[in-house]
Design a protein around this ligand. Sequence first.
Ligand code: NOJ
Ligand code: CA
Length: 598
Amino acid sequence: MTSIASPMPSPVGPSAASSVPASLAPVVLTPPALTPPSSPDSPWWRSAVIYQIYPRSFADANGDGIGDIAGITSRLEYLRDLGVDAIWITPWYRSPMDDHGYDVADFRAIDPLFGTLGDAEALIADAHSLGLRVLLDIVPNHVSDEHLWFRAALTAAHGSAERDRFIFRSGKGATGELPPNNWQSMFGGGAWTRVDGPDGTPGEWYLHLFAPGQPDLNWNNPEVRDEYDDILRFWFDRGVDGFRIDVAHGMIKHPDMPDLDITNIGTGNGVSANMDPAVLGRAGRNDHPHWNQPGIHEIYRRWRAVADSFEPPRIFVAEAWVDQLEWLADYLRPDELHSAFNFDFLVSPWRAGYLRETIENSIAALGAVEAVPTWVLANHDVIRQVTRYGRPQPHGRARRHVGDDPTPLDLVLGTRRARAAALLMLALPGGAYVYEGEELGLWEVEDIPDDLRQDPTFAQSGGTNPGRDGCRVPIPWTADGSSFGFGPDGGTRPWLPQPPTFAGVSVAVETGDPESMLELYRSALHLRTHHPDLGDGPMAWDESHPDVLSFTRGDSFRCVVNISPAAVPLAAYQDILLASAPADDGLLAPDTAIWLSI
Ligand code: NOJ
Ligand code: CA
């Protein structure tokens, strides 16, 4: 790969002017894209586009206001036709839902809200028959306080085998009334909760880096390691193709559990209330006492052996909010995990310099361990990109903040940029994730009334942080119906209110509209699947204006993204394959991306 950022190249080449249409490039839909084939050189996951399903918000088949497995199954053909290669389903296991499923009470059971184990098995079979692979979500850092292990720990004595599966410590102070250290919960407040001893008097404290209902496990306990091997096998035996690993950098804690130097906090898991994009992914520290401890890698070498013992081998994607791409690459060494979300890309402001640097550094750092980047613009934890990009740049803050966000919001501009960002992401080397609703251009719903907010972040921060509900509002499938087709008409109201404007961005309204976000994603995904130069493989930067990203893939594909405030001329090309906005007279308008054959 070359990397060149230089002034504007010489004017448009001879073939350009004649082949620029006055409107969007015609969309040629090819037959449904199934999962790319695996080859020893490039297994499927190195190029795959994986669609994230947040089950509560996707589709509600039984009309109780909460999405479910039958709802997902009913929409699999939509996903096949969209052109993705696989789905990742966030936790569907039995859970009291303190953190909407990331508090797991039983990994081998489906929560009744979502369905049954039989429903899950049927979904996996149906997805496979449509050519879609299936990833689940494994949550190893913590379980629910309703997990049988934790219940047993609560009634067991200090120093017992039951308590050793978790992180119980005596408190500080004369009577142990102070927490063992100053660690903070990612959702706000302290990370320790004190429990009563068996005799009813206040006793030890347990660690929960997230909600109090999510006690952290002790990964130095061999029983914990064995249990997770077994959970992996349980689902791999049922045909699951891989796992997304929750808080993948968090399981090992410093043996001394020292206080955190809060003047030098690093970034760790970006859920923390004071996250700032200037810090996230750039600064930080390599001695954080509970993130990215070196012992984590031994766990993944063991998991890799489990995944490789299946035929075909299963895969992992890590959710690891580590501060340096080199640290991320450590997780992707050949005997560890397959891929990891590129959150630097997600948090990058809509600025060519930031994006170029992130792309270059990611490819270089991961290439050093023969891994490919996994690009991502959205998920169920961050502000949707239409809203992020609709604010003055550089902004890019992907996390909600106390008291934000007073800056003006322009959703038309945000949508325009999100369209361009999608074409950028899907043209880059490696894999990508699409979060449900991103393909419709959904924005962050920022005006959910406080009394309807559900994310524990809101309550745990004392109402100062709005939490993540705004990106979890149920999907609109139709323009009418009491929940826009999320559930049956007249069913129970969705668990989060949908704004009336969701009617206009429903699947039904966007289908067939050549200017819709949905048709842009469909076209891009189908082109990507069938284009030999896209997905895994090299890229090379072209000479371009510093505020323009221009790169080629192979011999015949070019992506140009104009992030400057003025239209820029396009260099010679053969045809426009796809554009995020009309490209007139050989000029690429601001905040526009184009795919060209050259
Ligand atoms: C990351 C998940 O994406 C988020 O939704 C969850 O709250 C935390 N991990 C804790 O499990
Ligand atoms: Ca339901």
